[in-house]
Design a binder for this molecule. Structure first.
Ligand code: NOJ
Ligand code: MG
Length: 558
């Protein structure tokens, strides 16, 4: 079992964690699907990049109907990704390199192939097997209507009717996501006990914590009442106005988990919430003392590329998190959203939330990358923790012209082919410009096709190349560590109305130009790193960010 005692006790507070999406990171056996040995082989690259930790998206046994977020065995590895022994090798290598490893935990639902769900189908109405899930009788004369009006987050109804063991049309089960992802009933103590055991299984192996999938979904309003608000109304209401999201009871679950984790530290084993929750005060509930450690700051990810909005969201995030004594957990990209190098490449300040198809308006790759580099330069200067998504350090754009027939995301299917889904953010990484499959796999096979544009983004084409995105990330991460920016404090120097974000964090001044004219950085500007080249006379062009050595006193607005 891996010993992670070498990590700093509170490593997570300012950690930069790199999200590995195992399916698309690196393939070792040539089948075109990334795998754990592929990850292990590239851990040195991540250490060299300068991150502190790695989060692995699910590698559990799974039919991969939702890319592994549909788990059929929480204590085993899917053969496509490797074996438990491969996990041990990965953890040992990470330990050698001083990297913490966080894994994904999927507690809201199992796969419909999980033995529990199979047993629930076989056991029939009223059985203890069914009581682990949310089976209900239907409405209508013969139970032919779903128990309530909830919809699946991937489109379509949130309920599916089963056929009873005797062949009659039967009960319905709830699935907030795909029909192959039945929701568990978290009021059932057996469910809680099982997940505590799963936590221990992986903690005993040496993981440093868990990213908790759909952390805001586990508890539903008792009685499962109809959703009474329209989609438009919900957009303006706190998330918990919907009976399936952010219900007060979820925190009790995490209090119990926290006790389990605390039994393993130091160093601290962490919980990070994936909770798409507003307003920020509600989100802060997930990271109150005795709860989780981190909760993704999705407001920052969703912010328009616009100075006032960015400033507002940075302030609101810092304020709501510091009110409960937690760091902000910044993030700009993950496997569920359009990569920020493409999301920011549209003329309007808010890019598309869903995927992009070939006939949709296309992002401007140059504008997108320029802004993405500036956005990351801002993010990594902010106090708190941060997550990076694999490939963003290469400036990877979204694959926006994937052929529809290769799409694999259940969103594409369940939306009746109206929403592209998330495959464009999940394309296998380019490692080597001049190799088949850009070096993703020894055979050149890739489970999704890569766009030609990935050639220029390949890691080997950027490593050691001054001005490349990879070298920018390496510099940012090195300087962030050197200046302890994650532990710092933010002081604004610009006024809220300015088109320039000008702030100070300790000995570093950060300037982001979101206006149209180049900005004069002052006579003794000592630029530590910039997201792009300065103008010939040393000014900061639009959509560019720079870190400067701060003067002895912070510049305050006049
Ligand atoms: C959030 C995960 O990040 C996403 O990929 C998944 O589809 C849903 N949760 C359901 O598990
Ligand atoms: Mg493979």
């Amino acid at each position: 079992m891996t010993d992670i005692r070498a990590l700093a006790p509170d490593w997570w507070i300012d950690a930069v964690t790199y999200q590995v999406y195992p399916r698309s990171f690196a393939d070792s056996d040539g089948d075109g699907t990334g795998d754990l040995p592929g990850v292990t082989a590239r851990l040195a690259y991540l250490a060299e990049l300068g991150v502190d930790a790695v989060w692995l998206s699910p590698f559990y046994r799974s039919p991969l109907h939702d890319a592994g977020y549909d788990v059929s065995d929480y204590r085993d590895v899917d053969p496509r990704f490797g074996t438990l022994a491969d996990v041990d090798v990965l953890l040992a290598r990470a330990e050698e390199l001083g990297l913490a490893v966080v894994i994904d935990l999927v507690p809201n639902h199992t796969s419909s192939e999980h033995p529990w769900f199979q047993a629930a189908l076989a056991a029939g109405r009223g059985s203890p097997e069914r009581a682990r899930y949310l089976f209900r009788d239907g409405r209508g004369k013969d139970g032919e209507l779903p128990p309530n009006n909830w919809r699946s987050g991937f489109g379509g109804p949130g309920w599916t009717r089963v056929t009873e063991p005797d062949g009659s049309p039967g009960q319905w089960y709830l699935h907030l996501f795909d029909v192959t992802q039945p929701d568990l009933d978290w009021t059932n103590p057996e469910v809680a006990a099982e997940f505590e055991a799963v936590l221990r299984f992986w903690l005993d192996r040496g993981v440093a914590g868990f990213r908790v999938d759909v952390a805001h979904g586990l508890v539903k309003t008792p009685g499962l009442p109809d959703l009474t608000h329209t989609r438009e109304e919900l957009a303006d209401l706190p998330t918990n106005a919907a009976p399936m999201w952010d219900q007060d009871g979820v925190q009790e679950i995490y209090t119990a988990w926290r006790r389990v984790l605390d039994g393993y530290g130091p160093p601290t084993r962490i919980l990070c919430a994936e909770a798409w929750v507003t307003p920020p005060e509600r989100m802060a509930r997930y990271v109150r003392p005795g709860q989780m450690h981190q909760s993704f700051g999705f407001d920052f990810l969703s912010s328009p590329w616009e100075p006032r909005a960015l400033r507002r969201v940075v302030d609101a995030s810092l304020e709501s998190m510091s009110a409960v004594g937690a760091p902000v957990t910044w993030v700009l990209s993950n496997h569920d959203v359009v990569r920020h190098a493409s999301r920011l490449g549209f003329p309007q300040p808010v890019g598309p939330a869903g995927g992009i198809r070939a006939h949709d308006p296309q992002p401007d790759p140059v504008l997108g990358l320029r802004r993405a580099r500036a956005a990351t330069t801002l993010m990594l200067a902010l106090p708190g923790a941060a997550y990076l998504y694999q490939g963003e350090e290469l400036g990877l754009p979204e694959h926006t012209t994937l052929p529809d027939e290769v799409r694999d995301d259940p969103v594409w299917l369940r939306s009746g082919h109206t929403e592209a889904g998330r495959d464009g953010a999940r394309v296998p990484l380019p490692w080597v410009a001049d190799a088949p499959g850009f070096g993703f796999s020894p055979t050149g096979r890739t489970w999704l096709p890569q766009p030609e544009a990935y050639r220029d983004h390949a890691a080997d084409a950027q490593s050691g190349v001054l001005g490349s995105t990879l070298e920018l990330y390496r510099s940012l991460l090195r300087l962030r560590r050197e200046f302890r920016l994650g532990r710092g404090e933010l002081v604004w120097a610009s006024t809220p109305r300015s088109t320039v974000l000008d702030l100070r964090n300790g000995d570093v001044r950060v300037v982001v130009n979101l206006g149209s004219r180049p900005v004069d950085l002052g006579p003794d500007a000592d630029v530590l790193v910039a997201s792009g080249p300065l103008t010939r006379n040393g000014r900061l062009p639009r959509d560019t960010a720079a870190w400067l050595r701060a003067g002895t006193s912070p510049r305050r607005p006049a």
